[in-house]
Ligand binder design. Sequence first.
Ligand code: SAM
Length: 373
Amino acid sequence: MTSMLQSLWKTIVSLQTGKTEDDFQAALQKNQFDGQYQKYMSKFDHNLTLKFNELQYEEKKKERVGQGKTQEMVNAYYDIATDFYEYGWGQSFHFAPRFAGEEFHASIARHEYFLAYKMQVKKGQTVLDVGCGVGGPLRNISRFTGCNVVGLNNNAYQVRRGTTLCRKAGLADRCQLVKGDFMNIPFDANTFDHIYAIEATCHAPDRTGVFKQIIRVLKEGGHFGVYEWVMTDKYDDKNPKHRSIKNGIEEGNGIPALITAKECRKNLKDAGFEIIDDFDLVDEAIDMGSPLTWYASFESGCTLSQIKHTKLGRLSTQLFVDVLETLKIAPAGTSGTHRMLANTADALVESGRLEIFTPMHFFLCRKPVSTKK
Ligand SMILES: C[S@@+](CC[C@H](N)C(=O)[O-])C[C@H]1O[C@@H](n2cnc3c(N)ncnc32)[C@H](O)[C@@H]1O
């Protein structure tokens, strides 16, 4: 019975992710899954997602933001969440607006091409992807433009997985993943023609700090394109419901503390960037006739790839994962991790409906050209 369930689980996951037996072994060797889950959850207070308490929030925030604290928390999050992301979402770990008749994965790729197009990436140029996940976007952008991309990521498990996927895609000569912290980027000044970050810099303990690192390694005149997770102008910090939703997004996504679009704009300027374009793609997509919101796929979906995102899909995966963990097929902590991710989907949907949060505030920036001889 146990081995039948194990085979069934592996078949479902390999159909969805292309994982081989070796990949499964690597996933299982990820150290102390349960320990990482407990460590991660200790930085949050789940009750806050249900009822907001300002003092408790500030206390827990101190455990996430501060010297050396964020990285440990973010890495614990991605150690436990990566396999679920790949299973549920694919190799690109971000949202996208969607148009009528557009398939989910097509919308994800279009969102990446839009960024490359806005940055004017050219064949043969060298680009840095800051916080690259398992490299879904960098492989697509390299295929689309013919550029070379270096992906920077501080999560060792994702770097290993992404490197395997680049090799399997035949892109190992143009796409490489490097382990490193974006708060201390391990490259020389003026190295990259362009740099982008997709839904990653929200993990920084200090946004100006990460932007200063990015501008340092960018060549003069080069572009920095970024999709930021921020609270919109409609967010009211004094509204307990808004704050509770914000806390729910932080808890379920490994984010130390979300900031507003206004703060983010200031942080980019303080780091030395010139801002060329600055808008919420949610509004832009509506202007362009997109009838589907970025969170639509959490609400409904009939295809196999999408049903997993919906409430029904999340409930059935939860049941299956509960059984697997009880039978000790899945490591301890798997069920709790899935529950945490499912809860955050609800917080994201609510934030989208209230328009208080966006995962795609787009900034196109330029590193000024120095006039010194
Ligand atoms: C939501 S995922 C997005 C991944 C990728 N951009 C994509 O769209 O598929 C955020 C990524 O940022 C990475 N990250 C978080 N903190 C980091 C840090 N301090 N240095 C480098 N990467 C970091 C995480 O490991 C994760 O890969």
